[in-house]
Ligand binder design. Sequence first.
Ligand SMILES: [Zn+2]
Length: 260
Amino acid sequence: MGPIHILMIVLVSLAIGSFLNVVIHRLPRGESLAFPGSRCASCGRAIRFYDNVPLLSYAVLGGKCRFCGEKISARYPIVEGLTAFIVLALLAVYGLTVPFAAYATLAFFLIPISFIDWDTGFIPDKLVIPASIAGIFYLAAFHIVKWKVTWKSGLAGMVAGAGLLLLLMIAGKFLMKKDAMGMGDVKMLAMTGIYVGFPAVWIALFFGGVAACVYIMIALARKRLMLKNTIPFGPFIAIGTLTYLLAGDFLIQWYLGLIR
Ligand SMILES: [Zn+2]
């Protein structure tokens, strides 16, 4: 794989990231993902194709609409850049293999699910179901991912992911008398379990829980969050899953080294 291939993968990832922005913006509103083309969120004028180049256009336009001069959300280039970064990181770990394709596919769903959950507190079935079907396809066609995840492991991951989170949900409701998590989180972790298998799905959930605790402590300290608030857990499932996929082996070895 030469520099040209890597450049092509980056450009395709940026284009997919650009489409993910459309998904994040329109799916919760029930709007079509295909029509009409991109529009300025402020003045509604159609964005010209040369103003719709990932990352570059935002920089060239100085983060402002060409027509009305209204600020364009920094989230657009952030989602594009994040998508390309995650794909490159997966490529570095897995090479150009079936696992790379499977986990890049998973990432293309984790990213919009996270942002939509963050915005609305709602995890759309319209994303979780297609991602789960794609995961089962990878399982069936390639034994997933010959890397570590077999048929049985993938299905066990789905059941164990949903089961543990369901238990935590019930326990949370019993202890705190409120809903700390929802069925969306349960379905999302089942989806993740198909891709990462068992027991990895529990490790991914653990990493996600750690990330959520760190976030909560920082947010409480900066008074950006009150104890009574709930936070969306979907983004942390995504962070935990990607942490496992990119650095899981390293982190597990490091941890075992600490307790040995
Ligand atoms: Zn405008």
